[in-house]
Design a protein around this ligand. Structure first.
Ligand SMILES: [Ca+2]
Ligand SMILES: [Ca+2]
Ligand SMILES: [Cu+2]
Length: 402
């Protein structure tokens, strides 16, 4: 059973910097009777949302749904503040930095932890406000993103198959579809588009048109079936879903970082700096400090930093803790569920994310980030994706307790 994916698949909210896409996301995350009546298939238990959801473009349904979502969002935002729900106030003593362990772990860096200023008060996004002092305990962290070579070793040892390599259950995307019907595996791949495409949408495709659901795209075929990772052994593995990353981490006897750990680490010990390397702009003096996007997004990538897509890990200078590519290259999954209010409300010591959610946090931005569209390569910026959805810019790195 096949269908025309390109016309009907909605890749929702890849790097949205705007309300419309956010609203669609909220619609998708909160099942709405109204939208189902409208024939708007909001499936809550979707296995492969974002890169794998099917939302017919029905303008009226969409407008109603967006309206509802915005109202609900307002209600949440201006409803009773739950700032005290964590049971910790600004006087809660914060955990101190941890002494370094005696032994070393190959490929990992000891992150001492302790208090730091998390988030920002800059105006780019709202979910990383306000800047707050929190603290994390010490932990080990992979110096680099997990590479294709490392992920190959895991697959070789375990026979693990990633979500992007498995057939799709069609009923997860379209209400009323035969629960046994399956479609071929696919994953979301970025490609350049013409200059007439709107950055803000709404788009005819229902999702940013620079994302395409490509059958046969997976970690071993980053751009599709005809692309290979030969020669890219040291590039970060991509097309990794959160579930895949967790399986790798278990095998490696590691775990995914919490979002708070990730941000602590990415800041490299610099207090309230804008970037992982300090406050100079990413390409100051013609020297690029991260693999991000140069040129007009998503039309022309001039790749002034040397890389149009992923770069071998460690191609750019490490941050103050000796961590590479915490800014750009591949997005990195964290263990937390995502909640856009979490930075306001979280406990101050070792926050581990909300109890429940529909999407998992990812951090650091990717080779697609740029100031004009998605500035999420800065260490304060947050992002999220459903746990079963990877893409050609999404990978991870692991941490380990002492
Ligand atoms: Ca680049
Ligand atoms: Ca990264
Ligand atoms: Cu971005």
């Amino acid at each position: 059973m096949r269908r025309n994916r390109n016309s009907s698949i909605a890749i929702l909210r890849r790097d949205p910097d705007n309300q419309n896409i956010q609203a669609i996301l909220h619609t998708r995350c909160s099942p709405s009777k109204v939208s189902q009546k409208q024939g708007f298939p909001v499936s809550n238990k979707r296995k492969h949302p974002e890169s794998r959801s099917i939302i017919p473009v029905r303008t009226i349904g969409l407008i109603i749904a967006i309206g509802l979502a915005v109202l609900m969002g307002l209600n949440l935002r201006f409803g009773p503040s739950s700032g005290e729900k964590s049971g910790e106030d600004e006087n809660t003593p914060l955990v101190e930095r941890s002494d370094p362990p005696e032994k070393l772990i190959d490929g990992m860096v000891w992150i001492e932890g302790g208090p730091y200023w998390r988030g920002t008060d800059d105006a780019h996004f709202s979910d990383d406000h306000p800047r707050r002092k929190i603290a994390v305990s010490g932990f080990w962290m992979d110096a680099t993103e997990v590479t294709n070579a490392q992920f190959s070793a895991f697959v070789k040892a375990t026979g693990y198959r990633t979500i992007a390599e498995k057939p799709v259950k069609l009923s997860d995307y379209r209400i009323g579809t035969d629960p046994k019907a399956e479609g071929p595996p696919f994953s979301a791949v970025f490609h350049l588009v013409g200059p007439d495409v709107s950055l803000q949408g709404p788009w005819q495709t229902g999702h940013p048109p620079w994302w395409t659901a490509v059958e046969g795209a997976d970690w071993q075929h980053p751009e599709g079936p005809n692309s290979l990772i030969v020669g890219r052994e040291k590039h970060p593995v991509v097309h990794i879903a959160w579930d895949d990353a967790v399986e790798y981490a278990k095998w490696a006897k590691k775990r995914l970082p919490t979002e708070a750990e990730w941000e602590f680490a990415a800041r490299g010990g610099l207090d309230r700096n804008e970037f992982c390397w300090g406050n100079e702009s990413p390409g100051a003096d013609g020297k690029w400090r991260a693999n991000i996007w140069q040129g007009q997004f998503p039309v022309k990538n001039t790749a002034k930093d040397g890389y149009e897509r992923t770069s071998p890990v460690g191609s750019f200078p490490a941050n103050g803790y000796g961590l590479y590519d915490t800014s750009g290259n591949a997005w990195e999954w964290c263990s937390d569920w995502y909640d856009d209010r979490y930075y306001r409300e979280s406990p101050r010591n070792n926050p581990k994310g909300p109890e429940i959610g529909t999407e998992r946090v990812r951090r650091g931005g990717s080779f697609l980030c740029c100031d004009q569209y998605c500035r999420r390569y800065v260490p304060s910026a947050r992002d999220k994706n459903p746990p079963d959805s990877g893409a050609s810019h999404t990978g991870f790195r692991c941490v380990k307790d002492r």
